[in-house]
Design a protein around this ligand. Structure first.
Ligand code: SF4
Ligand code: SF4
Length: 397
């Protein structure tokens, strides 16, 4: 079995649920990327990210949550209501508070499971906000110690940081390969890799990512590209795409284009940043973990916008992007407001951008397909005749 088939198996089957059922370890359900997984691993517990892209779960969620809430949160409620096997396994749910919907999710889910609320500051860069967030990480540590009946040791936390930093290194190796021209991996395949990291055994995941990188390097050396040099190179940003809701990715990649990079919290953002520790004291490790979970986040829940725009620009340059697609999850005011800001800024910088508002349903598939096709027509006319400066395997070394 190739490495991609392995990641698909983790995402699309109940293989991992069976493994977790047989394990005696404490399982902690988490939402978003704000939850510091290092603290969970440091106490020999296992984090599983519960965010779901399942339309059926979102419909079930409507039984107890208003219809006019984003599909992501409704699907999370649906997990609880329908006794979803992954949700059933968790001993505690940790929920950050990026928006009103997630705040209310805390109260709804507390009828089903023990919930710990991670209060998010409204800003990332204010010193008071950072101190507040560090305090939240200390509180989570105490809660997890109570849950597991263990005391977090310095060595336990250090080992967890090193383990997750090696996960980050494996992921960065894959990101470099995604810069290759022509490409050797599709955006959908790459997304399966990060989504598998939501719940997979972390050491096995790291090993399989390195295997995938070796397979992809061999493909490149044998000229086994997935498309030629002329295919539009796309960056997807905005609201997370989560299995099985890969509608947008499927539409884009069935249209002669390739998503060479994303900046989604379910994708690249999830594993982009290592924990940078100055010394191995408990206080410094907690500070560094808090920094990793707060500062690199591109979630629109924060007041600041400029770092998100700069990040998009950086990815456009690094990955030789021809066009940006902004995925706006319907009924989310945060993404909606931000999409206009990003669109206008990219327009000012002469970077083509298409904003698409959708949800987990399929009724708008044809309409989205038409808009994507028109966008690519425009992009193709811009890139016709322009020569790409190839990014080659030698540059990876
Ligand atoms: S975009 Fe923000 S709030 Fe939404 S799932 Fe991602 S991190 Fe959480
Ligand atoms: S998509 Fe918007 S409304 Fe939904 S959880 Fe994320 S920030 Fe909240």
């Amino acid at each position: 079995m190739g490495a991609i088939a392995y990641f698909e198996e983790i995402v699309t089957t109940d293989k991992r649920i069976q493994e977790l059922k047989e394990s005696s370890q404490t399982v902690v359900g988490i939402f978003c990327n704000f939850v510091p997984e290092e603290v969970i691993y440091g106490l020999s517990a296992i984090p599983v990210r519960l965010c779901s892209g399942d339309i059926e779960l979102a419909r079930v969620g409507e039984e107890v949550f208003p219809r006019d809430v984003c599909s992501l949160v409704k699907a999370s409620v649906g997990m609880a209501v329908s006794n979803n096997p992954l949700f059933e396994l968790v001993d505690l749910v940790v929920i950050p508070t990026p928006c009103d919907a997630k705040k209310k999710l805390c109260s709804i889910l507390s009828s089903y499971k023990q919930v710990h609320v991670l209060q998010l500051p409204p800003s990332k860069h204010e010193i008071e906000a950072q101190l507040f967030w560090i305090e939240q990480v200390w509180k989570l540590k105490s809660e997890l110690e109570r849950l597991t009946g263990k005391k977090l040791s310095k060595n336990g936390l250090k080992d967890a940081i090193l383990l997750l930093n090696s996960r980050n290194q494996a992921f960065m190796r894959l990101l470099e390969i995604r810069k290759l021209i022509p490409p050797v991996i599709s955006g959908k395949e790459a997304l399966m890799v990060t989504i598998a990291s939501f719940y997979d055994d972390v050491e096995r995941w790291i090993k399989m990512v390195h295997l995938l990188c070796e397979e992809l390097e061999a493909k490149y050396n044998h000229n086994q590209f997935i498309c030629d040099n002329s295919a539009p190179r796309v960056l997807i940003i905005g609201a997370p795409l989560i299995y099985p809701n890969l509608k947008l990715m499927d539409i884009v990649e069935s249209n002669r284009a390739i998503v060479v990079i994303d900046d989604l919290c379910s994708g690249t953002q999830r594993l982009y940043q290592p924990v940078i520790v100055k010394e191995w004291s408990m206080k410094e490790m907690i500070r560094a973990i808090a920094e990793r979970t707060l500062l690199p986040s591109m979630c629109p829940c924060f007041v600041e916008n400029y770092d998100r725009i700069n990040r998009v620009h950086q990815l456009v340059e690094e990955f030789q992007i021809d066009g940006v697609i902004y995925h706006n999850l319907r009924i989310c005011p945060l993404f909606d407001i931000e999409s206009a800001l990003i669109y206008n800024e990219l327009k000012r910088r002469n970077i083509p951008c298409l904003v698409l508002s959708t949800d987990y349903t399929y009724e708008d598939t044809q309409q989205i397909r038409n808009r994507v096709e028109a966008f690519f027509e425009m992009i193709l006319s811009r890139i016709a005749g322009s020569k790409r400066s190839g990014y080659t395997i030698q540059k990876l070394k």
